[in-house]
Write a protein of this length. Sequence first.
Length: 311
Amino acid sequence: MGEFELIAAINQDQPQREDTSVGPGDDAAVVAAPDGRVVVSVDMLVDGVHFRSDWANGEQIGRRAALAAMADIAAMGAAPTSLVVAVSAPGTTPTDLLLGIAKGLREAAVEAGAAVVGGDTTRSETLTISVTVLGDLRGAPPVRRSGARPGDEVAVTGRLGWAAAGLTILSRGFRSPAALVNAYRVPEPPLSAGITAAASGATSMIDVSDGLLADLGHIAEASGVSINIRRAALDVNPRLVEVASALGKDPMEWVLSGGDDHPLVATFPHGASLPPGWQPIGTVGVAGDDGPTVTVDGSRHEGPGGWDHFR
């Protein structure tokens, strides 16, 4: 199948929202922006770095790409509306894999109330997917990383450590437990929780893509504060404990520094009522002589706090 036949096949079943006046098939899409502002984020996934095409099928890869990208929009307190996707792949890539990726992208977008409105394809040595997401704040101010203040409470919603456990399992050559392996293949970010958090007065927010400690470090740095996490407040699922014991791992390390689950972590004013599903895990304090820091039970965490592509 050539490039244009592939594009035609991908565009054949793309449902569109009512606010899209020009969708796939033209030089550019045209979408409405009722709020007068558009939240924009882009996420890139590379085979062998963010996913492995021998560990997941096309639909799983597509869903992962869409959900990871839309989690950034949710972390701003916005709702995803439109996705523009660029796919670069070797010429020998099976057509079924690419059509599966397109299906996964489409279905994940629709389930979130969004739609794929356009994109691009090209040839490369490595399968690469770039997803640009547009979002709607619905009249609310964006929730940024820089809003945390001393006295705020830190809370999280969504799974922590599951994808990291799944990656460890797959790296050891195993394919079960399926729940953890599939958590790595396809995350389950709580997209709607971002809007709820914003409406409940969240002062800062971020999605955990690289690791809880690493991403909280971005909030601490942007806000000029210190953040302390209580280990006892973190939920470690019994399944994680069981698998970690079998593999000789510490499940808390998956929870503290594992990425790819894309839960949301936010700060809320002291005494505020947390939205349903949000779990308090720590507090925000004044930055000390060392500047903005993230600690666990008052001490610096030994070991990496998350993923760094260029470390």
